[in-house]
Design a binder for this molecule. Structure first.
Ligand SMILES: [Zn+2]
Length: 257
């Protein structure tokens, strides 16, 4: 089994797969926004593609194309960032969900891979009318994701402040593992390495007030080796989250509806 890219199949193939029971789909929500002087604007969308694929693979699910714009108002001080309003984002979430449920998907997993999307996603899902026999599972635990990242980074003796919340060691290592040709390590510099509570209270007023380069954390110790570990750890924690939602034992057989 394994994962399938929704947008690489014909409609006939998609229909057959759903009829044969492959009725779970992962829909990632990334962003197009600044990631410091050393990483591309598409970083969160790459994470959507790759984490989404990893989770879909564990669930024998479809992976829908990553939505490559998100709620990035707090990054607008930096060139190239494209931001959606919460209202537009909510409409996209609603339309993606209603299209997928229309075609017979029974489990729709919404996976944000950009911090600014978590809250609007939770708000959007709360407003979606329930559809009979369709389960919407939205990963809205941003602090859980950050906590898991810090735990992974600690395996490499990286502090939470270095691991960071945006373009720090954790995210840069992931990109070194996934898209090494797109990371300019010679341009990497230490960003804001203060308390997470200060980040949470200030970041949505504009990340430039915390660091002029747009970095929260310290990307300089990032490595490919750490990135591979973070990818595996994050996919595992997403899988465990999914199993908790499904109320089944993560060590048991692959869940399939
Ligand atoms: Zn990011």
């Amino acid at each position: 089994m394994g994962a399938l890219h929704l947008d690489q199949l014909t409609w006939e193939e998609v229909k057959t797969e759903i009829q044969n029971g492959r009725d779970t789909v992962i829909a990632p929500f990334g962003s197009t926004e600044q990631h410091g002087r050393h990483m591309p604007l598409g970083t969160d969308a790459v994470l959507g593609d790759e984490l989404g694929w990893g989770l879909a693979d564990r669930l024998n699910a479809f992976l829908a194309p990553t939505v490559r714009f998100g709620c990035s108002e707090h990054h607008m001080a930096f060139a190239g960032t494209i931001s959606l309003s919460d209202t537009t984002f909510r409409h996209i979430v609603t339309d993606v969900v209603s299209s997928l449920s229309h075609h017979g998907f029974r489990q729709i997993v919404l996976l944000p891979t950009h911090g600014g999307n978590f809250k609007p996603l939770a708000a959007a899902v709360a407003q979606i009318e329930p559809v009979k026999d369709v389960r919407i599972l939205a990963f809205t635990d941003l602090m859980g994701l950050i906590g898991a990242a810090f735990k992974s980074s600690s395996k490499f003796k990286i502090s939470p402040a270095q691991s960071g919340a945006h373009s720090g060691e954790w995210e840069t290592s992931l990109m070194l593992a996934l898209r090494p040709g797109q990371v300019k390590m010679e341009r990497a510099s230490e960003g804001f390495v203060g308390e997470l509570s200060e980040i949470i209270s200030k970041v949505f007023n504009g990340i430039e007030h915390l660091d002029e380069n747009g970095v929260l954390g310290d990307p300089r110790p990032a490595t490919v080796e750490a990135g591979k570990q973070y990818l595996a750890d994050t996919i595992e924690s997403l899988y465990r989250w999914f199993c908790e939602q499904k109320n089944i034992n993560a060590k048991g057989p692959v869940p399939h509806s």
